[in-house]
Design a protein around this ligand. Structure first.
Ligand code: ZN
Ligand code: ZN
Ligand code: ZN
Length: 373
């Protein structure tokens, strides 16, 4: 993972430790998932070999890493040191020993474990640390991670602008006569060409397939007069992009344009509602109300948005029942949709960051349907 040398890892670790003290957590154990790169700049591959940051409330943080992966770790001695393990070592015992060294006199009473850790390692660690009570590290790290610092917001903005540019490029590309899969591959190629390191998804859902929000691009041939849902994104310098725009081949089907006007108004209402101090569920309700008022309520079948950062979907979720209050630094999608089974679908998605001055929309691509041939 490429990161600025000045990325605030030490600061993040300090804040995690303060929360551990607050919550009475002796040690945090972080493996695969986004907590580890957020704290160290290193993303563990989801391997059968254990990678684990042992982060005690006080004292040195140690990254236990398979020896063959160690060359990929950028050491940050001010934040953590590395202990590589050999193929014949037992990494679970190594982690348990480090836990005992960090908490002399019985080892840690409480450990917060990353929520993506393989179940196998959780079970083995629980056996190796029988006197330790395990809880979810998300309670410790989640509230911190969901407030994006300026470095992170700019990383999200760069990723957003990259996919915005792809929307513009696709304006001049043919759709009719091509399969969804072919167009999807083109999106994927452009995602990489525009500086992402990974393609996360490239949904291309044409005609009636558009009514399935996460439709997998198929061999269906796109035809004249169809609307095509294009929802795509990737990961650039660790941070994710995610945008949905509608492409229309020629003229849209009957009734589609009226519904799209409603969708645009709903999305705008969602973005404008996304202000610090407002509960997440209110943001969802703002977008949903517009769609419901126009009689499409039953066709908006998912939440309005999801948080985004190191992960494509993370806290905070814009969904009914989520009373979490939007705070400056929260980054999330606003992506209402209308899906009429058997006929067509539509979604419009931008990434928004809440700021003290209101919502900051990271995506700048035009929101009108893109008319293509
Ligand atoms: Zn989605
Ligand atoms: Zn999306
Ligand atoms: Zn999304």
């Amino acid at each position: 993972m490429e990161r600025s040398e000045h990325a605030p890892f030490v600061d993040r670790m300090t804040r995690v430790r303060a929360r551990m003290v607050e919550l009475g957590i002796d040690v945090a154990l972080l493996s695969v998932g986004a907590d580890l790169p957020w704290l160290t700049g290193y993303e563990a591959m989801p391997l059968e070999r254990l990678t684990m940051l042992v982060l005690p409330r006080e004292g040195e943080a140690v990254l236990v890493v398979p020896r063959l992966e160690a060359p990929r770790v950028v050491e940050r001695p001010d934040a953590f040191t590395i202990v590589p393990w050999n193929e014949t070592d037992d990494p679970v015992r190594l982690v348990a020993r480090l836990c005992h060294e960090a908490m002399p006199g019985g080892g840690p009473a409480t450990a917060a474990i990353g929520d993506r850790t393989w179940g196998r390692f959780v079970l083995e660690l629980q056996q190796a640390l029988p006197h330790t009570r395990f809880s979810a590290a998300n309670e410790v790290v989640g509230p911190l991670r969901r407030i994006k610092d300026p470095v992170e917001v700019e990383a999200l903005r760069a990723a957003a602008h990259a996919v915005d540019a792809i929307v513009e490029e696709m304006r001049d590309r043919p759709f009719a006569g091509r399969t969804e899969a072919d167009v999807s591959r083109e999106f994927a190629r452009r995602i990489l060409e525009h500086g992402h390191h990974v393609v996360n998804f490239a949904i291309v859902a044409s005609g009636p397939n558009g009514a399935s929000p996460h439709h997998e691009a198929s061999e269906r041939v796109i035809e004249q007069g169809e609307a095509v849902v294009c929802d795509f994104g990737g990961t650039m310098h660790g941070y994710c992009s995610d945008i949905t725009r509608m492409f229309v081949v020629g003229r849209p089907p009957d009734g589609w344009a009226d519904a799209y006007e409603v969708l645009t108004a709903a999305q705008e209402a969602g973005v404008q509602a996304a202000r610090a101090g407002v509960p997440c569920e209110t943001v969802d309700a703002a977008a949903r109300a517009v769609i419901a008022q126009h009689g499409y309520g039953e066709f908006f079948i998912h939440r309005t948005g999801h948080g985004i950062g190191l992960e494509a979907h993370e806290d905070p979720y814009m969904v009914q029942g989520n009373q979490l209050v939007v705070a400056p630094g929260h980054a999330f999608s606003i992506e209402p949709g209308i899906y009429v089974p058997g006929r067509w679908g539509m979604r419009l998605e931008d990434i928004v960051v809440a700021t003290p001055d209101g919502p900051d929309r990271l995506n700048v691509a035009a929101r009108e349907p893109v008319i293509v041939t």
